[in-house]
Design a protein around this ligand. Structure first.
Ligand code: CIR
Length: 255
């Protein structure tokens, strides 16, 4: 959770047409941009250097930079997003990460992996199989991570959420915040776990960046619980991102 850098991408006007489960309202691109600016500022306030990439109008969901790449162990891995309309986000992401990393590795063909299904903890990478992340993709990623010396453990993303990290986030190297169903699934056995208060499940997609925990606005019981436990909490509005099933973790690559 100690990061010196973050990469983000501004939402374009086309963000209004992003993928969502169900028929909810379109996000407003102007409001999304304001939310994004506040997010970038908050990341900078943690001491991280933040790169803000140009909007990609051809890819409505490209503001969710976490999905086409994984930055770990000093390398960048270009993933293969499982949604067809997002697959083309890989090339611009590779160009951007080529500027920053000396080691950029392509996930080989065969399967699919969305970065939203990946939780990097202090000791391993947890990956949830989901509608976007399949076994073939995970097997390819496992080979790359083994070379980098990073253990990978496969778990299951519950079917009612989009990505594994929709339901959990790292609070510190050994502590995970997660919804009750994920905690009950046993995938965090051996970690310290803080359970998300019932009824505040969207709060689970939080991120720890340096000394700060970023939490979505509107979840007072979670904010109080984390502050009680001694975490410095900054609340950020993600109302527009949420209309596309996105949240705090999805909007940056942190390394
Ligand atoms: C999608 O369905 O791909 C986007 N509308 C939302 C992606 C959110 N990303 C994430 O949870 N990592």
């Amino acid at each position: 959770f100690r990061f010196s850098h973050a990469v983000t991408r501004q939402p374009g006007k086309s963000v209004a047409h992003g993928i969502r489960d169900g028929a909810g309202p379109d996000p407003d691109s102007g409001a999304f941009l304001r939310e994004h600016e506040a997010y970038v500022q908050a990341l900078r306030a943690t001491g991280a250097e933040v790169t803000v990439l140009e909007p990609l109008e051809d890819f409505p969901d490209s503001v969710f930079v976490e999905d086409p790449a994984l930055c770990v162990a000093g390398a960048a891995i270009i993933l293969r997003p499982g949604a067809e309309s997002r697959f083309g986000e890989r090339d611009p992401m590779r160009r951007a990460l080529d500027e920053i990393f000396t080691r950029v590795i392509d996930l080989p063909e065969g399967g699919f992996v969305d970065g939203g299904d990946i939780l990097v903890t202090g000791r391993e990478v947890l990956i949830g199989l989901s509608a976007r992340t399949d076994e073939a993709g995970v097997a390819q990623l496992d080979r790359i991570l083994a070379e980098l010396g990073v253990p990978l453990r496969i778990v299951q993303t519950p079917p009612e959420i989009l990505h594994f990290k929709t339901g959990c986030g790292l609070l510190d190297a050994e502590t995970i915040f997660a919804t009750a169903p994920l905690v009950r699934s046993g995938c965090f056995d051996g970690y310290e776990v803080v359970e998300c208060p019932e009824g505040e499940e969207p709060a689970a997609n939080l991120i720890r960046v340096n000394d700060t925990v970023f939490l979505a606005k509107g979840f007072p019981r979670t904010a109080a619980l984390l502050r009680e436990k001694g975490y410095a909490v900054t609340e950020l509005s993600v109302a527009e991102a949420a209309k596309l099933d996105g949240g705090l973790s999805c909007m940056s690559l942190r390394f």
